[in-house]
Ligand binder design. Structure first.
Ligand SMILES: [Zn+2]
Ligand SMILES: [Zn+2]
Length: 155
């Protein structure tokens, strides 16, 4: 429903095919990572994904997680994003979209901007633009209501 209908996320099986087509080996560790990234909307860091993967497959290495994510990114199946929270985040949503980050808890959500390819922008003269991203930042609903309840508790 909603925005999820226009996501173009490949299934773990399709990613397995893509990996093999690129001459890369598909190990059980990699298949676990494909599954964890599939439909993942939290924009995890490699470390967060590593923690999740380790819980399911003890012994998986952070190096394997990085390598798999980097391979997926180089095949265009993942986007690397930097929302200013200090670590690269990984995004399986490769649609043309932007992000909003909560400056309090670091939550990242997808944002769609209609007509963003035709925005009126000054200052790009001479540049051949390959990509444009808009980063919104603010306070998410959860953090905003926390602030309100803290304030009212103080009376
Ligand atoms: Zn928040
Ligand atoms: Zn995203």
């Amino acid at each position: 429903m909603g925005a999820s209908s226009f996501r173009t996320v490949k299934s773990p099986a399709e990613l397995t095919e893509t990996f093999r087509a690129n001459g890369l080996k598909v190990t059980p560790q990699r298949q676990l990572l494909f599954g964890l990234m599939h439909g993942n909307t939290v924009h995890p860091t490699a470390e967060a994904l590593f923690a999740e993967a380790s819980a399911r497959m003890p012994g998986i290495s952070l190096r394997t997680v990085y390598q798999t994510l980097t391979d997926l990114a180089s095949m265009g199946e993942l986007r690397l994003i930097d929302v200013g929270t200090g670590a690269t985040r990984f995004d399986p949503n490769t649609d043309d979209h932007h992000h909003v980050v909560c400056s309090s808890c670091g939550e990242v959500r997808d944002v769609y901007v209609a007509g963003s390819d035709r925005l009126k922008v000054d200052g790009l003269e001479g540049f051949r633009i390959e990509e444009a991203s808009i980063l919104f930042s603010g306070t998410c609903v959860t953090c905003a209501s926390d602030t309100v309840s803290r304030a009212s508790a103080r009376g």
